[in-house]
Every structure is written in C-alpha cells, then in structure tokens.
Design a protein around this ligand. Structure first.
Ligand SMILES: O=C(O)CCC(=O)C(=O)O
Ligand SMILES: [Fe+2]
Length: 293
C-alpha cells in the first residue's frame, strides 16, 4: 500500500495529508501501515472519504476496541458508539485537550469525520506533545517527570469523574516521552500546592499551544482525520458562522505509562482553613483511592 500513497507533510511539527487511499476498504494489513504513518506524523488527514457510519466504525475496529462517549449524548445520531458534535448545540471543543483523559484508560486514537463544515472558520489545530516535552529545559523536564496530575470531567459537568496520570507519558510504540497535561481536563498537579500547580499548569498549557508545535487544518466535508491521543493535543477554532457537525469513532485500550511520582501528594492537614478548600478535590480523590496518609 505504501508505494501507492501520496503522503504530504503539512507542518514541520506534525501532520500529514494522505491521498489515494479508500478508508472504506482498508484491511488489517492496510491498518498496520496507517498505524506506522500515524506514529511518524501523529495526525493524518484523508480528504474525500465520506464514510458511512458502518464504514467509520469498521475502520476504528482495525485499531482496537471502540467506545462511545461516557457523558455526551448525540444530538441527532442514534449510534452510541459514534460521538457526534453539533456546534449549534454546544459541540465545540475549543480548549486544548487530548480525548477522555479523565478516564484511567483515555482514548488511544480518535477518528473524526467532518460531516458539515462551515464555509469559513472552524479549523482544528493539533499540537505535538513529544516536542513540547523535548523542548522544555532539562530541569523542567526532570521536574515534570517526577509529577502526576489529577484530571476530571468538569467540562461535562461531571467533576467527580477523576483520575491521576503521569505528567510525562512514554508512548508504548515509539518509546518517546510526551507531555500529558491539558488545559481542558487537567485540574491539579498532585505533588504541588494548589497555587504552584496552577502556575505550572498555566505555563505548560501556553507552552503546549506554542505555534511552532502545531498544525492547523482547514476542513472540507467528507475529510477524515485520525490522531494519536498519546502524543498530541487538539483545539477547535470557534470562529465560524453556520453549522459545523463532526462524528468521531474513538479507539480505547491504553493506560498511560510513566515514571512513578517522586514525592507524596500535597494536601494541607487542616480541614477548615481558607486555603484548604483548594485541596478538596485532591483529598476526595485520595480518600476514594484509600491512599491518604
Ligand atoms: O471538532 C473537531 O474538530 C474536534 C472535536 C474534538 O475535540 C474531538 O472530536 O475530539
Ligand atoms: Fe477532542
């Protein structure tokens, strides 16, 4: 398959457009080749596909177990194994994130089809989380590697759905390290005080969004994008008029691996002081895990 494919890189950081490939007829061997391209480019774009829902799901099944969204209900689509986001009904993901990081096993790969596309605007940006990690200074890399962070589903009104992940994860296929905290779902660095955590998370969110780590894609209806959530983040530009509808198949089945935390969780011991409210969420998580000292 590889010789037939036209693969055009779109930015120096990440992203490639793949033509001359019918995603509806990809077999297991073709899927392995797509995987290799995905590891090389982190996000792939396949213009002029227009997959049916069955074809979309079948494509996803070549890469692992597919699951619907745990919290978001589709506005129009019946099939719960596909996530549908309709902009006029609030479905715009306009904060940097990788998918479902509030789960212990977040999304592995997302496969999105642009169904209805505004004439202008509504581009999506992706950022390369390997580069964001690798280009930190050595002391900050070392600090981040020793830390873990609490993620929750507050953007879906479900803050009690929480988990903790290493801040730097090792990609199981490429062996590369990637920064794994995001603006949308990451609430608190477990081993830092609340104000220290806010400072560092704020810095890392800005850093992750540095233009030189990103690619920006202009959609057309019928284009399919596939991204690796283990080493990228994405963001939709909410600058459009008119309707924008996407459908996403989400491949699950991977637990982020990274170094063990080098320090204990930071929670104040007093229960009622003014500042301890900042530790409430972390306390609750630790209590639920039975690991509060
Ligand atoms: O609408 C898009 O371009 C991306 C939406 C999104 O964040 C997702 O489907 O994971
Ligand atoms: Fe997303």
């Amino acid at each position: 398959m590889a010789e037939r494919l036209e693969v055009r890189r779109l930015a120096s950081a990440l992203g490639a457009e793949v033509r001359d490939l019918d995603l509806a007829s990809v077999d297991a061997a073709g899927a392995r080749e797509i995987e290799q391209l995905l590891y090389a480019h982190q996000v792939l774009f396949f213009p002029e596909q227009t997959l049916s829902q069955d074809q979309h799901r079948s494509l996803g099944e070549h890469f692992g177990r597919i699951e619907g969204h745990p919290h978001i209900e589709n506005p129009t689509l019946r099939d719960e194994r596909i996530l549908e986001l309709v902009a006029s009904r609030g479905g715009v993901a306009d904060e940097w994130h990788s998918d479902l990081t509030f789960l212990p096993e977040p999304a592995l790969i997302s496969i999105l089809q642009m169904v209805r596309c505004p004439a202008i605007g509504g581009d999506t940006l992706w950022s390369n989380a390997y580069l964001a990690y690798e280009q930190l200074s050595a002391p900050l890399r070392e600090l981040c590697e020793g830390l873990t962070a609490l993620h929750n589903a507050e953007p879906h009104g479900r803050p009690e759905v929480m988990t903790v992940h290493p801040m730097v994860r090792v990609h199981p296929e490429t062996g590369r390290k990637a920064l794994f905290v995001n603006e949308h779902f990451t609430r608190r660095i477990v081993e830092l005080s609340a104000p220290e955590s806010a400072l560092l998370l704020g810095y890392l969110a800005r850093w992750m969004a540095s233009p030189r780590f990103t690619v920006r894609y202009v959609w057309r209806a019928g284009t399919v994008a596939m991204w690796d959530n283990r080493c990228t983040q994405h963001f939709v530009l909410n600058d459009f008029e008119g309707e924008r509808v996407i459908q996403r198949v989400t491949v699950m089945g991977d637990r982020p691996e990274g170094a063990a935390p080098r320090w204990k969780p930071y929670v104040r011991s007093t229960g009622k002081s003014d500042t301890s409210r900042h530790d409430r969420m972390l306390r609750r998580y630790l209590r639920e895990q039975g690991s509060e000292s």
